[in-house]
Each structure stands twice: as C-alpha cells, then as structure tokens.
Design a protein around this ligand. Structure first.
Ligand SMILES: C[S@@+](CC[C@H](N)C(=O)[O-])C[C@H]1O[C@@H](n2cnc3c(N)ncnc32)[C@H](O)[C@@H]1O
Length: 282
C-alpha cells in the first residue's frame, strides 16, 4: 500500500477515536478531522509530545503516524506553545457547530484553522488571526492552497473583522474582547477559554471554556470543558485574574447560563463578577 493511502486510513481511525473520546457524534466533525494532515502544521519532525506531569518526549523519528493520537504536540516547545489536544478541540468545534457557508474568526491559528475551513467549506470563510509573526507566516504558507482562509498577523483582541457566525478563541483570556461580542452575528457562537492564571497554566481546575451564543441583546453562556492553555495577548488583566481565581475556587461554573455586560447584578446571581461584565446563573 502506498504511504498516502496508509495515512488516509490512519487519519480516519484517529478521527473516529478522538470524536468518540470527546462524545461528539457529528459526522461532519469526524470527516473534517479525517481530512486534514496534522503533520502539515507542526513543522518538520521529529515532534515533541507533551508528557503530562513533566516536559516533552521526542518521537523516535519523523513518521507522521506518531501525530495521530490524542496527544498534545509541541509547536514551539521552548515557549511551551503547543498544538492542543484533538479530543478537546473536537468537543469545542462541535459546540461551535460551524456550518457550510459561515464565517469563522479563529484566534491562534494552525491545524484547527484547516479543520474549521473544512467545516465551512468553499462557500464559507475563515479569518485566522495569529499574534506570533513566525507562526502567522508558517500558517500563511501552510494554508496557501485553501483560498477561503485568510491569515492575518496581529492581535486578535484588536484587529477589526467582519461579523462572524463563530469566533473560535484558542488562547486563555480573562475577559471577552469587546469586538468578539460586538461582532458576533445573531445566533453566533463564541468559544472562549477563560484562565485564572497567566502562563504557565497546567491547572485545568483554574481554567474553563465557555460557549457564548448571541440572541439579540442577550448572551446565553455555558461551560463546555476545563482547560489549560497558552495565554491570550491583550486579553488578560490582573483584576480579571483575581476575579476568575475566586470564581474557580468557589466552584459552580457549570451552573452559568448567561453573560451580562453590566455591573449591577446581585452578587448571589453571579459566578464571576468583573468590571463591566459578569457570568451569571440566570
Ligand atoms: C494554544 S496556542 C496554539 C493554538 C493552535 N490553534 C493549535 O492548537 O495548534 C495559542 C496561540 O494563540 C496565539 N495568540 C495568543 N494571543 C493572541 C492574540 N491576541 N491574537 C492572535 N493570536 C494570539 C499564540 O501566539 C499561539 O500561537
């Protein structure tokens, strides 16, 4: 069997395994994971696999087969900047539910940009913003054959973008950027990782990903998952870290149902209260 055919079979098995691990039954998400070559986005091998509890282990050689597991893989290991866990992203992408023809804004680009591009198809588009110049250049080259993806180098909390159906944030913030809420279309979904501690953050008890859905002036909110993730430049502040730290220590994030842009909600209604916004139980 030729190598590309063998890798296609391996990718199909991997896509089944990571979507099953995530409890994702959406065949489109599985097909998108089966379609994209992870090795195209991680630089030349051997690659560095994250060992939870300590450091990285290098793959024995540059055979891409080592990338089709549910492991986190180093992109820039010296900076602890990694390609996130496939089953986590399968769950988050399924929660975002990008549909053919939709516009996705992706903050923190790479492998998952290509998966989002598969899901929206050629009638949709992905605007992918990356803060790191080297990674933005790499993604521009890697995605050059995908014309419905536009890679932009810059700060995704500040760069202007057209209204989006999905905003998929892949870095840990302490608050949503104003533009992410302002530019979310009616019925749009924002996937927002909030982390109490700035990098290094290996503690999933003090980080969570929320799904925010816009309906008119209202924002429905729910916790999807715990998370440990690289920090979001321009998306963090000390007051937010303190507020999130207190909220995670108190517990109850799974009871959050709403995001409000106001300061006057009663204390007992709030899981997280931060200047200008809150996550609330009702
Ligand atoms: C978890 S890492 C890599 C995510 C990537 N999608 C992956 O798993 O392959 C987070 C990425 O977000 C980028 N980032 C952080 N803050 C950003 C911002 N304000 N705008 C755009 N990119 C940002 C970092 O440079 C980094 O590449």
């Amino acid at each position: 069997m030729d190598r590309e055919r063998e890798l296609k079979i391996i990718r199909r098995a991997y896509a089944k395994q990571v979507t099953a691990a995530a409890g994702v039954g959406d065949p489109q998400v599985e097909a998108a994971f089966a379609a994209v070559a992870r090795e195209d986005f991680l630089g030349p091998g051997p690659w560095h696999i994250v060992r939870w509890g300590g450091g990285y282990r290098a793959t024995p050689d540059a055979d891409p087969i080592y990338l089709y597991t549910d492991d986190v893989i180093g992109i820039l290991p010296k900076r602890n900047l990694n390609n996130g866990q496939p089953s986590l992203h399968a769950a988050l992408i399924a929660a975002a539910a990008p549909q053919p023809g939709e516009h996705v804004l992706h903050i923190g680009v790479g492998y998952y940009t290509a998966i989002l591009a598969e899901l929206v198809g050629a009638t949709g588009r992905v605007t992918a913003i990356e803060y790191d110049a080297e990674l933005a250049a790499r993604a521009t080259a890697n995605l050059a054959q995908t014309p419905h993806v536009r890679v932009v180098h810059g700060d995704g909390t500040r760069i202007a973008f057209e209204p989006a159906d999905v905003i998929y944030v892949n870095a840990g913030a302490t608050r949503p950027a104003d533009a992410w809420l302002d530019r979310l279309k009616e019925g749009g979904r924002l996937i927002l990782p909030l982390t109490a501690d700035a990098f290094p953050n290996r503690d999933v008890r003090r980080g969570a990903v929320f799904r925010i859905e816009r309906h008119g002036p209202e924002f429905l909110a729910r916790r999807i998952s715990g998370v440990a993730i690289f920090p979001c430049e321009g998306g963090r502040d000390e007051a937010g870290e303190r507020a999130l730290g207190a909220a995670f220590d108190k517990g109850g994030a799974e009871r959050v149902t709403r995001l409000y842009l106001r300061d006057d909600l009663p204390e007992d209604q709030c899981w997280l209260r931060a200047p200008g916004w809150c996550l609330a139980y009702r």
